[in-house]
Structure formats: structure tokens, C-alpha cells
Design a protein around this ligand. Structure first.
Ligand code: CA
Length: 228
């Protein structure tokens, strides 16, 4: 599992500790020391997860969380709040503002890693390492392997990511623009018909086992993945 994580923390030592632990766990880390810097960083690149300190010099993490939840682009951004306070009512207001989870300082690197994994599993399952299995089709992210009834299906990296995304988000139709955002990352300037090309390749690879029928095309609106 490798995600891009933005760490927003004004205490240099805590920021360093969190960042180093996340990097060791294989994540890509971006850093900010204030709410203002965080907003700039998010504008440049939408991270997969935000680790947000409650007490920041320019704006509270709570208020920033509310603002992010109001913006369509950041509404679904997984947020893990950090705080030195351990009081129950603070925890509730953090969660009410839209944070996904909550970590009280001081915390162990192990605890941080576990929470990140839980948030990703819930909010961005295509970034987690869990094996996914649908109708005899099995995708193992850690081994980067796809099998159908035990037989290996060879996929190029983009088709692999595409299939992983669809298998973890079944029974919903995504527009080409949404597929680009989720699979290629936002702020990537690729023509929408590129999605069609990769879907075609993915279908072809799944054809021998008959799993190509799981990929739904809705003319004019996009693609989806059905579970049966
Ligand atoms: Ca702080």
C-alpha cells in the first residue's frame, strides 16, 4: 500500500516523526506547517490522506476540516486528526466536523500506521493491500497478481490499477473524468478517450475467462463493474 499523505503539523519534531514513519511505511509524504500551507498544497495536488493537527497557528484543524468538507474536490478526502487533547467532547466535535478518525498525542508509530491503514481501507480501498475477489476473479495488490480460477492474467500496470479500482468500487457507474481522477490521479492532463483505450485492453485480457462481462459500459456516461 502506497498513498500520498499530506502531514499538516506546526511542531517540527512531531511533523518529522510522523513524516519519517510514513515514508518508512512506503508512503509519499508532503508537508505543511499551517492551514494556509495545507490549502496551497492541496490546490497543487490532492493527497490520498490528510493528517491534520488540531492546533495550528493560523486556523484550527477543526475549522479547516469543515471548509474541506464544503468543497466538492476535497469532500471525500480522508482526514485523520491529531491532537494533544484527550477529552471526549473534542473527539466528538472533530468527528462532527467531518474527520474520519482521531489520534491523540503522544501516539506510537504502530498506532499511526494502523489508523492510516483503517482510513484507507474505508475511504480508498484501491490504495489498500487487501486481496479482492469477485466471481472467481482474484486480485492481489501486494503480489501485483490477477488470477481467474487459479490462472494468471497478465495485465499492464494501468490496466491493473483500473481493475483494482473497479473491483473495490463495484455496482456504480463512473464517468471517464472520475475514472481519470481516481486511477490516474487528479491534475493529470490526459484525454478522456485514453480511458476507453485502457478499458478495451482490460476487457481483452479478461475475455478468455469470461470476466470481461463484469465491466459495464454505459453509453455516454461511463464505466462500472458488476459483481455477477
Ligand atoms: Ca500544533
Amino acid at each position: 500500500m502506497s498513498a500520498t499523505i499530506l502531514v499538516v503539523e506546526d511542531e517540527p519534531q512531531v511533523q518529522e516523526l510522523v513524516a519519517i514513519n510514513l515514508e518508512h511505511a512506503g508512503h509519499r509524504v508532503r508537508r505543511a506547517s499551517s492551514a494556509g500551507e495545507a490549502v496551497t498544497s492541496i490546490r497543487e495536488e490532492l493527497p490520498d490522506v490528510l493528517i491534520l493537527d488540531w492546533m495550528l497557528p493560523d486556523e484550527s484543524g477543526l475549522s479547516l476540516t469543515r471548509r474541506l468538507r464544503e468543497d466538492e474536490r476535497t469532500r471525500g478526502l480522508p482526514i485523520l486528526m491529531l491532537t494533544a487533547r484527550a477529552m471526549e467532547h473534542d473527539k466528538i466535535s472533530g468527528l462532527e466536523a467531518g474527520a474520519d478518525d482521531y489520534l491523540t498525542k503522544p501516539f506510537s508509530p504502530k498506532e499511526l500506521a494502523a489508523r492510516i491503514k483503517a482510513v484507507l481501507r474505508r475511504r480508498a480501498p484501491q490504495l489498500a493491500d487487501d486481496v479482492v475477489e469477485v466471481g472467481g476473479l482474484r486480485l492481489d495488490p501486494a503480489a501485483r497478481r490477477v488470477t481467474a480460477a487459479g490462472k494468471i492474467i497478465e495485465l499492464a500496470p494501468t490496466e491493473f490499477r483500473l481493475l483494482h479500482f473497479f473491483m473495490t468500487h463495484p455496482e456504480r457507474i463512473y464517468s471517464r473524468a472520475q475514472v481519470l481522477d481516481y486511477v490516474w490521479g487528479d491534475h493529470v492532463f490526459i484525454e478522456e478517450r485514453t480511458v476507453d483505450v485502457h478499458i478495451r485492453r482490460l476487457r481483452k485480457a479478461l475475455e478468455p475467462s469470461g470476466h470481461d462481462r463484469f465491466i459495464d459500459t454505459v453509453r455516454g456516461s461511463g464505466y462500472g463493474f458488476r459483481k455477477s
